[in-house]
Design a protein around this ligand. Structure first.
Ligand code: DOR
Length: 444
């Protein structure tokens, strides 16, 4: 008897774990039920994917969606609409909201609000000065992707900067801890450099290479001492990449497309405060170092660090202007463009945006096109030529540092657990996001 599926994707080039294949994918009950020649089967819905490449659903493991507390910049609905518009099927959201996500109540509040999200989601618990004792329990809550620790001040008040406090965080719990590595004492000591210049071009001078490298070295030493894995976020310097390449047994590594695409000093002269983010965009030598880290396998994951602020806020005189830029809608187009320009392979993009997140965060049932996994797919046209436009961005902040950039390669459809959340730029009528599940969070 012919098999029956809810959805069959056919005619596309499918990126399976064993390589590219001209094949079909059958979906039943939100999961991948078959991969192969499904010509004899019947399906509730057929997605004709001729000319498209079918990737596993892209997972963006670093976004700031600002809800609750800063909904004038972004909220879960706008942020997740931007995600699916950009081909992203799941996001991990950061804890520096108002209130910060440092308790079970705050996490559960976010999960409740997230019922209105367009993509799947999980939330970080923030390490604070007064919640160390609870972290082992908090990190095991359903919908939690792990603990995030800020070693240096950024947006919001979360900060754990002293070695004894960091060691205490690392001693409570066992999941990989995500780290913002900038050295707070050096930031405080050098803040005057930002104030004296009064322009964002001072940002990488204030938050210099040593600020990043010192914190990255400190956290790796503390992690080794605690025998606890860490994931060092948004690496920006050639020196850190060289160092992190020697400590792969304890630390995994994230880079961002912003740092792989924009360079100082040009970005600051062109974009002013809109180019300001933490850690900063640096000169070409560092960008080359990050690409070396990508191509040598040192980098495990790419995240967008989608961190919107309003135009009004960004146009304040530096350093009153806040750090951060939107990115969840542009992470995939930018990386596909880097593929088109020969900087990395499509396979490596999948490793960084799908397999890497699954491996680093121990995600259950997502991140690869294999039977039994969630039917999450990002369908892309590798040849499509488009221009990134501020007007097309779904983020509430309404801007992108990549406005006007021509790219080759574009997400054409986003399918989440078998449901089409975006097709040809048009979003589904209703939100359908669910919490991501993890091997580390027990399910009854
Ligand atoms: O530039 C940044 N913005 N870096 C961060 O670490 C936080 C983020 C934000 O939340 O605005």
């Amino acid at each position: 008897m012919a098999e029956t599926f809810d959805l069959v994707i056919r005619g596309g080039r499918v990126m399976t774990p064993s390589g590219q294949a001209e094949t079909s994918v059958g979906v039943r009950d939100g999961r991948i039920a078959a991969i192969g020649d499904l010509a004899e089967s019947s399906a509730g819905e057929v997605f004709e994917a001729d000319g498209l490449t079918v990737l596993p659903g892209v997972i963006d493991t670093q976004v700031h969606f600002r809800e609750p507390g800063n909904e004038h910049k972004e909220d879960l609905a706008h942020g997740s609409r931007a995600a699916v518009a950009g081909g992203v099927t799941a996001v991990f959201e950061m804890p520096n909201t108002k209130p910060a996500t440092v308790t079970a109540d705050a996490l559960n509040d976010k999960l409740k609000r997230a019922e209105g999200m367009w993509c799947d989601h999980a939330f970080f618990i923030g390490a604070a000065l007064d919640n160390h004792d609870d972290l082992a329990e908090l990190e095991q809550l359903p919908g939690c992707c792990g603990v995030k620790l800020f070693m240096g001040s950024s947006t919001g008040g979360l900060l754990v900067d002293e070695d004894t406090a960091i060691a205490s965080v690392l001693a409570h719990g066992r999941r990989r801890v995500a780290i913002h590595a900038e050295d707070e004492p050096r930031l405080v000591e050098r803040k005057h450099l930002a104030e004296e210049e009064g322009h964002a071009r001072a940002h990488p001078v204030w938050r210099d290479v040593e600020t990043a490298l010192r914190a990255t070295k400190r956290i790796v030493a503390l992690a080794r001492e605690a025998n606890r894995p860490v994931h060092v976020l948004h690496i920006t310097t050639a020196e850190e990449i060289a160092f992190l390449g020697t400590v792969k047994d304890v630390a995994t590594v994230e880079c961002l497309p912003q740092h792989l695409t924009l360079t100082a000093p040009d970005c600051y002269e062109r974009l002013g405060g809109y180019a300001q983010m933490n850690p900063p965009i640096r000169e070409a030598r560092h960008q080359a170092g990050l690409w070396a880290g990508i191509n040598q396998g040192i980098v495990d994951v790419l995240g967008s660090d989608h961190a919107p602020h309003t135009k009004e806020e960004k146009e304040q005189t530096y350093p009153a202007s806040p750090s951060g830029m939107p990115g969840v809608q542009t992470i995939l187009p930018l990386m596909l463009n880097h593929v088109a320009e020969g900087r990395l392979t499509l396979e490596r993009v999948i490793d960084l945006l799908c397999y890497g997140p699954q491996r680093i965060y121990n995600i259950r049932g997502k991140g690869r096109i294999a039977v039994g996994y969630d039917a999450d797919f990002t369908l892309v046209d590798l040849k499509a030529k488009r221009t990134i436009n501020a007007a097309d961005q779904h983020t509430k902040s309404g801007w992108t540092p990549f406005d006007g950039m021509d790219v080759t390669g574009w997400p054409m459809a986003t399918i989440i657990r078998g449901h089409t959340a975006m097709r040809d730029g048009k979003l589904a009528a209703e939100a359908g996001g669910k919490p991501v599940r993890f091997w580390d969070t027990p399910e009854k």
